[in-house]
Ligand binder design. Structure first.
Ligand SMILES: *Cc1c(COP(=O)(O)O)cnc(C)c1O
Length: 380
């Protein structure tokens, strides 16, 4: 039997079904129904409520940050996070081209321009070395921050993304960005529960964001969180995402352009129940990853495991195929057999809206995009 056929049988054995196997399904094994009914009984289903507060406290606890703010989704979280660290229209933001489109979109929503810097082959996330090289060529330190001396634009933020829950070399990245006075915002949408040298991803940058979309490790139906250790930014995050309203007993005073990006209490209720089970999810993910690791030992498809000094949440598991043809064949045969697999995302500078953006050589991103495939990763 061919390796791909073997792989299909193995995945069917894991999930114990002959039916369609999705890439990632939510699981509800805790207090989800109870909490949802609570919100209905309380009538607090909308933009304020006890579960929103509880969700924010739980997120502060889990990510070891001072302030968490619940938002309507991860994308809006990144949009606001960038504004919080001072990104303005016309600025440049350093990020990776190998990411989900929301990362780049959130930059564009601020009127800013993504600059695509290469990823590392091992982490699949933004490469500190590549950022350093770029800044040595383009960066110019001025009183009020870093500028791109060729375009004249401010380099107002750096936005790394922890691909599939595998942490980037965040400590090195922060050090380089500190030297160049560039604030770091972590797109930790995929990496809830992941750690770098014992500290949760999302807690390293000035601001971090998480997503609770239905396909993430845990879900609120739809939702996100902004986290920070900077008290002032935490307060500002809440204010901007709740229509920039000044507190007042009865008057409506909105003194800045704000957003209605609140997470409804209904969604927060679901999120609380899911977060209570986060450790259960993480343990189940490791169990599954171990089975895959064992299965793929010596195979042509290389299973990706966590790097030393990191803990991955194994949100979406992946294999690296030998080349583009092997990747295409793997995708074709597995999907035809109703075992859902997906290629990693198309590189951002290949999408029409980002094709004119500044970028570096992108050798690693191009290598990975031809080879990385996600395999079914739901916990059982
Ligand atoms: C899921 C995801 C987001 C966006 O989250 P939503 O809640 O769907 O808006 C952002 N960035 C990355 C890398 C993601 O995977």
């Amino acid at each position: 039997m061919s390796e791909i056929k073997n792989t299909i049988s193995f995945i069917r054995e894991i999930y114990q079904t002959q039916d369609f196997i999705p890439l990632h399904e939510p699981r509800f094994v805790g207090n989800e129904k109870k909490y949802l009914l609570d919100t209905i009984d309380s009538t607090f289903v909308s933009s304020v409520g006890a579960y929103v507060d509880r969700f924010e406290e739980m997120m502060q606890d889990i990510t070891q940050t001072k302030k968490a703010v619940a938002v309507v989704n991860g994308t809006s979280g990144i949009q606001v996070a960038l504004r919080l660290v001072g990104v303005n229209s016309g600025d440049e933001v350093l990020t990776q081209a190998l990411t989900f489109v929301a990362t780049a979109n959130a930059i564009a929503y601020n009127g800013a321009k993504p600059v695509f810097i290469d990823v590392d082959l091992d982490t699949m996330g933004l490469s500190p070395k590549a950022v350093q090289n770029f800044l040595e060529e383009y960066g110019e330190l001025r009183e009020d921050g870093c500028y791109n001396k060729k375009s004249g634009n401010k380099i107002a933020a750096c936005l790394p993304m922890h691909t599939f829950g595998f942490p980037v070399y965040i400590d090195e990245l922060i050090k380089i960005c500190d030297d160049w006075k560039i604030p770091v915002v972590e797109d930790a949408a995929e990496s809830l529960g992941s750690e770098f040298k014992g500290r949760p991803t999302g807690s390293f940058g000035e601001v971090g964001i998480f997503s609770f979309n239905g396909n993430k490790i845990v879900t609120s139906g739809g939702g996100g969180a902004i986290v920070t250790n900077n008290d002032a930014l935490g307060i500002k995050a809440k204010y901007l995402t709740t229509t920039a309203k000044q507190p007042h007993a009865y008057e409506y005073v909105h003194d800045e352009l704000g957003y209605n990006y609140r997470m409804p209490n209904l969604n927060a209720a679901l999120a609380c129940a899911q977060l209570e089970k986060l450790n259960w999810f993480l343990e189940k993910k490791i169990e599954l990853a171990k089975r895959y690791e064992e299965f793929f030992k010596g195979a042509d498809a290389k299973f990706r495991t966590e790097l030393s000094e990191t803990k991955a949440n194994y949100w979406l598991m992946c294999v690296e195929l030998e080349n583009r043809n092997a990747r295409d064949l793997f995708l074709k045969e597995t999907n035809e057999a109703k075992v859902m697999t997906r290629p990693i995302w198309e590189l951002m500078f290949r999408l029409p809206m980002y094709q004119d953006c500044l970028k570096d050589e992108q050798g690693n991103a191009k290598f990975l995009v031809d080879r990385i495939v996600n395999i079914p990763s739901s916990v059982k």
